[in-house]
Design a protein around this ligand. Structure first.
Ligand code: PCA
Length: 322
């Protein structure tokens, strides 16, 4: 009910304020305030407010408080909100390009992930445009590791487990690991573990620390599976209605936070992995056997991705691997 009221108010307000040349925009984000993408979203909004002398005031609604994560793409597309932040992988079924973000063992360190992002960006922009959205910036998460309740030396140790999934690609990965995928959003992770709905997950050290993973599991294997990203998008029509100088202020602020994000995430990855260990989680790196098994799955998933796509994904991969 509250969500509905807020949205209605925003639409009415947007209309009234634009006539006096100042706009009140709304930007839902999926994750809580402790996360880097959310901190950068606040900074982005503040910078735009200052540089437009208050003409464009963006309210950040963090932690899916205004719009549910899975509904943010549609809310921006239809102009229900003007801007929003989305975990790229959740759009994996919209067009194959969105899957570049969750392909295991394709880009496993930050330099490669940046390179993959540059290779994916033109097609991402094109597909977002078809959805009525314009890409503003992305923020990477630390490399994704495997959280379990026991030591995992090979995939046979995890076979039959109930595994958290957060995108179409992670559901497929869970299948290939002979585990059962269940889609769970971040805030529900602790309860899902303690009630036995899941007993394993692949996510960042940051998300493990935020959810105090040591309360309900014991092992973290730093498999560095992939480096996913959140993206911030704006409704194309809302953007085009702005004066050119305001558009430039937005694009400049976007470039600035994107650069900052890639720098800060490298620091967070290390600090948060240390923090898992300090809190009693057994942190390890994969055995040769586990690494080989995961790499084989990565190859299968890359091939499946190519098979379901047109030539644009082949080009993307060639540009990345150059
Ligand atoms: N945390 C988010 C996305 C990737 C990550 O590290 C999550 O687990 O949903």
């Amino acid at each position: 009910m509250l969500k509905k009221t807020l949205l209605t108010t925003s639409i009415v307000f947007g209309g009234l304020l634009s006539s006096v040349n100042a706009a009140q925009w709304h930007m839902p984000t999926p994750y809580g305030d402790a996360n880097l993408p959310t901190k950068l979203a606040y900074q982005f909004a503040e910078e735009i407010k200052q540089n437009t002398d208050g003409d464009l005031n963006i309210t950040v609604h963090s932690g899916a408080s205004l719009v549910k994560h899975t509904e943010i793409p549609r809310a921006v597309k239809t102009g229900q909100v003007q801007m929003g932040e989305i975990f790229i992988g959740i759009m994996g079924n919209t067009h194959p390009v969105f899957k570049h973000d969750n392909i295991p063992f394709l880009a496993t360190n930050f330099d490669d992930a940046e390179k993959l992002w540059q290779a994916a960006k033109p097609e991402m922009e094109k597909q977002l445009k078809k959805e009525g959205m314009k890409l503003l910036y992305t923020v990477a998460w630390p490399a994704q590791g495997l959280y379990t309740k026991k030591a995992i030396n090979s995939l046979s140790d995890i076979e039959g487990s109930r595994m958290r999934a957060y995108s179409p690609s992670t559901s497929r990965l869970a299948d290939l690991m002979d585990t059962t995928p269940t889609t769970i959003q971040v805030p529900e992770i602790p309860q899902a573990f303690s009630t036995g709905i899941i007993d394993a997950m692949i996510t960042s050290p940051t998300t493990g620390v935020n959810g105090q993973a040591w309360d309900y599991l014991s092992h973290y294997n730093d498999i560095q599976a992939w480096i996913p990203k959140n993206m911030v998008v704006v409704n194309m029509r809302s953007f085009k209605r702005l004066d050119k100088d305001v558009q430039k202020i937005i694009m400049d602020a976007a470039a600035k936070v994107e650069k900052q994000g890639w720098e800060q995430v490298r620091i967070n990855a290390k600090q948060d992995t240390d923090s898992l260990a300090k809190n009693g989680i057994a942190v390890s790196t994969p055995t040769a056997e586990l690494a080989n098994e995961f790499n084989a799955i990565g190859k299968i998933m890359t091939q499946e991705w190519l098979d379901e796509s047109g030539s644009e994904i082949k080009t993307l991969l060639e540009n990345y691997q150059q």
